[in-house]
Structure formats: structure tokens, C-alpha cells
Write a new protein. Structure first.
Length: 201
């Protein structure tokens, strides 16, 4: 693999909108649930095995139904998945980068069924050269193992990787491995930082 700098994107909150926050708000209001309990189920330690592919998705949703004490877990799943969409400016940025032959990849905490739903709807995986999801790595950020598995699987020199994430805690392991990092705050800020690094976008 070509060892020029590779831009690696987090997905939720960078490429996609912050669908988790949107889903928690919607589900909490609709089902009169505590937001902290919804977050615990969808993204907390309750979801650890689900997001790292160590449990069958059907078993996870059965457990979620029991924990949240709701009848229609399928509706909650639909809201959760449907809360994500690619941000227009992020799509345009990825396409510009590909047009100038920059390698772009993803490193994402994502459960298998949500990935399949979003890829069927948006075909987003095809926009990237490669990447890894937490359910494939059996590890999730900020565990350093997912970063190691990413570089090992694609035979990458971490020093040639620029990792972009909207959560500072997820940048720490990347830095420890020698990756350059960018804390994402907005698409405009990201574009400026990339221009400052010499990307002609």
C-alpha cells in the first residue's frame, strides 16, 4: 500500500451527523425514558459486546427491550439507525480528497446491524479506500487495540496516518501510536487544518 499520508475519519459526528445524540433525545421523549438510560443501552457499557461484535445483535436487542421495559424495540432500533445521515460538506470533502488521489479511510465504533442499515441506505463504505469497524476489531475506541488492529490489518505506518475525531479522548491512543491527529470541531475548521497541511482542497 502506498505510504503517503492517509486521512482516517471517525464516522459519527464527523462524516455522519451526531446521530447518537439525536436518537437519545427522540427515544427518551417518545417513550418517556431517562436519557441517561437510553445512552447507557445504545452506547454505554451495556452496548460493549454489541458494538464490538461479541454478541449476536438479536440477543442485544432482546436484552435492550428487557432493560428499557418497552414493547416495541423494533421502533427504537429504527429510530437509532435512522438518526444518522452523511453530512453534505463531509461528503464533498471526501470526494475532493479522492479526486486528488488522497487515501481516505474510516475507523469507527459501529455495531454490525447499524453499519448494514446505513450502508444499504447511503452506500457510504464505497466512498472510502478501506477502514475498520469496532464490531470487526472486537474492540472500540479509546481502547488502543482497535488502532493497532487498523494499522496491522492494512500494513500502515502510524506516522503516515492523520486521524480525525470529534472526541479528544479518542485521539490520545492514536497519538501514542505515532499518528498525527486533528480534533474535529466543524467542517470549515477541518478544511482549514487540512489546507495548512498542504492538501489542495
Amino acid at each position: 500500500m502506498e505510504q503517503n499520508n492517509i486521512l482516517v475519519f471517525d464516522l459519527s459526528g464527523v462524516f455522519f451527523n451526531d446521530g447518537l445524540e439525536k436518537a437519545i433525545s427522540y427515544i427518551s421523549n417518545k417513550y418517556k425514558l431517562e436519557p441517561k438510560n437510553v445512552e447507557y443501552v445504545l452506547n454505554g457499557s451495556f452496548a460493549e459486546e454489541y458494538r464490538t461484535g461479541l454478541i449476536k445483535v438479536e440477543d442485544f436487542w432482546d436484552s435492550a427491550k428487557e432493560y428499557l421495559k418497552v414493547e416495541n424495540i423494533e421502533d427504537i432500533k429504527k429510530i437509532f439507525f435512522g438518526s444518522y445521515y452523511p453530512q453534505k460538506q463531509s461528503l464533498e470533502l471526501i470526494k475532493k480528497l479522492r479526486d486528488i488521489n488522497v487515501k481516505v479511510a474510516y475507523l469507527s465504533d459501529s455495531p454490525k446491524d447499524r453499519v448494514e442499515y446505513l450502508n444499504n441506505k447511503y452506500n457510504f463504505i464505497s466512498l472510502f479506500d478501506f477502514g475498520i469497524f469496532s464490531y470487526e476489531a472486537h474492540s472500540r475506541k479509546p481502547d488502543i487495540n482497535i488502532y493497532k488492529k487498523f494499522t496491522e490489518r492494512f500494513k500502515l505506518d502510524p506516522k503516515k496516518v492523520i486521524y480525525i475525531d470529534d472526541r479528544e479522548k479518542n485521539l490520545i491512543p492514536a497519538k501514542q501510536l505515532g499518528m498525527k491527529t486533528i480534533l474535529y470541531k466543524s467542517i470549515t475548521q477541518l478544511q482549514e487544518e487540512l489546507k495548512n497541511l498542504g492538501y489542495e482542497i
